[in-house]
Design a protein around this ligand. Sequence first.
Ligand code: CU
Ligand code: CU
Length: 340
Amino acid sequence: MDGYQLLAGVVLLSIFVSQLTCEAYKVEKYSLLMPNVRPNTPELYLCTPIKVDPSKGYYIVGFEPNATMSTAHHMLLYGCTTPGSQKAVWNCGEMAKHDDYLETSNPCESGSQILYAWARDAPKLELPEGVGFRVGGNSSIQYLVLQVHYAHIDKFKDGSTDNSGIFLHYTERPLNKLAGVLLLGTSGSIPPRRIEHMESSCSITEKKVIHPFAYRTHTHSLGKVVSGYRIRRGDDGRDNWVLLGKRDPLTPQMFYPVLNSDPIRYGDRLAARCTMLSTRDRWTEVGPTNADEMCNFYLMYWVKNDQPLKKKYCFSMGPPTYYWDSEDFNNIPDEEASKL
Ligand code: CU
Ligand code: CU
C-alpha cells in the first residue's frame, strides 16, 4: 500500500467515524393524523389508531404536533396493547355523549398509557438524547391511538375537514434508554364547599434506577394545585421530600420538565397531592365527566439498559379514606404542597 492509498483510507475511515458520531442514529417521521374528519357536535373527542409492526421494535424519540389551538383543544397520544375499537375513527371522549353514527369507547381496550399530550400551541417534545419509547415488537404497545378534542365546530360548518395529529419521530436503531410513564392518582369524593386534598403514594419495589424527566398534571375544573414528590428516608429517620413538579392544573395539561431529575431508586416513595376547591353544594365524585373530578400526576422517566417499570399506576382510595397521614410519613410539606 503506498502513501496515497493509506491517506485515502484514513480519510474514508474518518468520514465513516464522524457519521457514526454526528448522526448517532437515523430518525424518521411517521404521520399519525386524523383522516380528514368533520366534527359535527361541539366537545367531540375523536380517536384514530395505528397498528405497530409486531415483528419489529421501534423507538419513539420525539413528538411534533400538527395542530393549532383554533381547531384542536387538546391531543393525547395513547400507547395500547389493544385499541378501544376496530374502526378507523371513533368517539372516545372522557366526556363522550352517545352519538348516532360513531361508536363510543375508550382510546384503549387494554394496556393503556399516555405517551404525549398537547394543548394550547405547545411546542414539540423531544425526549432526552438517546431515550425512546419502545413500541411494536414484543413490547406492550402494539397500537398507538391519537385522541383529538374538538371543542368548537364552527369552522367545519362549510364542509371543511381536519387532519390534526402528530408527526412521530422514531428510529429503528435499538436505544438503551427506554422511556416509561408512571401515573399517580386517586378515587374518592370531594365534600361540598370545602378545600379537599386528594393524595396518593407508593413505593418503588422494583430494583431499577429511574431517571425522571417530565411530568403532567390532570384534574377537571376544581383543581387548584397538583404537586408530586419523591420521598427518601435519611439515616436519621427523617423523610426528605423532593419536589418533582407542581402547577396549576388548569394551565395547559402537557408534559413539562421535572423540577428535580435526580434518579429515583428502589425503596424510594412517590407521592402526589391535588388540592381541590369545591364551591358546589353537592358532593363531587371521581369519574370521567366534567361534573366529576380526577386527580392525576404523570411522571415520565427513562431507565438505562433495562425495561421500564412493570408498575404503571399508583392509585389510592382518596378522600375521605386515604391521606398521606394514613402512611408512615414524616416531614410532610403540607403547606408547600398546596401553594403555588
Ligand atoms: Cu380538550
Ligand atoms: Cu379526567
